[in-house]
Design a protein around this ligand. Structure first.
Ligand code: ZN
Length: 311
């Protein structure tokens, strides 16, 4: 298949750091929200089983959805994005990509060298916000040598419910491949071991910087949170794993990585309606790069309206 030929050409060396030359496509995109800069940085692309994108769907309908978009039936190209927010004197990294947690996902784990290429030194990061503690969101902090480059007074904002959940995580309602369940257990355990003293936990929401608030939604994981950014009358929401590429056509489709799929669906619908109403920008972890767009609604149907690139 043509898609696989394209994959073969991608240079996948050096995920952990160093400046990589000759990238074929841009990996960062900046939106300005009033006085706040929001830079989306691609960590690459994950390759989970396509059925994990819609575990409760009729396989015939799921396959038709994939066919209509010229997508493969076996593996889903799932974008992975992180965000750097600059507000006032603070530099905030929202999520950290997958690092080296899943060596089989050879196209992801690129955040380190892409941050460097964007001129962002890890030592300049004052705050990290975690939407949740899945391995594709904390893995970048577990890469060898990263912790040493971070400031000793770094604040890591994560909901109290999320930190608690990963002390004894429940996967009974997920549809994740078993190997990734083990990856999730291991990554969250090592993350808590390494960074526990730097956590700044919150119950409902927490101010991170002027115009930057992290707010718990639950659903995907019990402590899943979104980041709300507002300045100068403009708004942007980093939605983490509340909204996926399939969610606009099928918000009711359960994602295999959701720990409470019904609640995740409620969270997703509520957030999409809110975004359609306010016209706020959405950036989502797993929407295709640059993952900046708006949500339109017509009755129960949602539509993703991507940003028109501003060069
Ligand atoms: Zn994720």
């Amino acid at each position: 298949m043509e898609q696989h030929q394209t994959r073969m050409k991608v240079d996948t060396t050096g995920f952990a750091g160093g400046v990589k030359r000759d990238e074929l496509v841009p990996s960062r995109y900046v939106v300005r929200i009033g006085e706040i800069d929001v830079m989306v940085i691609s960590d690459g692309v994950l390759e989970p089983p396509a059925e994990s994108m819609a575990t409760n769907a009729d396989p015939v309908i799921r396959t038709a959805w994939l066919d209509e978009r010229f997508l493969a039936h076996d593996v889903f190209d799932w974008a992975l994005n992180a965000v750097v927010v600059r507000s006032g004197s603070q530099t905030i990294l929202v999520d950290s990509g997958i690092g080296g947690e899943v060596p089989d996902f050879r196209r992801a784990g690129q955040l380190g060298h892409r941050l460097a290429a964007a001129g962002i030194d890890l030592g300049s990061v004052t705050d990290v916000v975690l939407t949740h503690m899945h391995f594709d969101h904390v893995g970048g902090l577990l890469v060898d040598g990263v912790k040493e480059k971070l400031r000793p007074d770094l604040r890591i904002h994560v909901s109290a419910a999320e930190a608690k959940f990963w002390e004894a995580p429940d996967f009974s309602r997920t549809g994740m491949p078993p190997v990734l369940v083990e990856t999730a257990r291991s990554a969250s355990r090592r993350f808590l071991d390494e960074y526990r003293s730097q956590l700044r936990t919150f119950e409902k929401e927490q101010d991170v910087a002027p115009g930057v608030v992290v707010a718990r939604t639950g659903g995907h994981t019990p402590g899943h949170s979104v980041v709300r950014i507002a300045s100068g009358g403009n708004r942007l929401v980093f939605g983490g794993d509340a909204i996926f590429p399939v969610s606009f056509d099928h918000p009711e489709w359960h994602n295999g990585f959701e720990h409470d799929p019904e609640e995740a669906t409620r969270v997703r619908m509520k957030l999409m309606r809110e975004l359609a109403e306010t016209g706020a920008w959405l950036v989502s972890t797993h929407m295709p790069f640059p993952s900046v767009g708006r949500v339109a609604v017509d009755g129960d149907l949602f539509r993703w309206v991507p940003v028109w690139w501003d060069y």
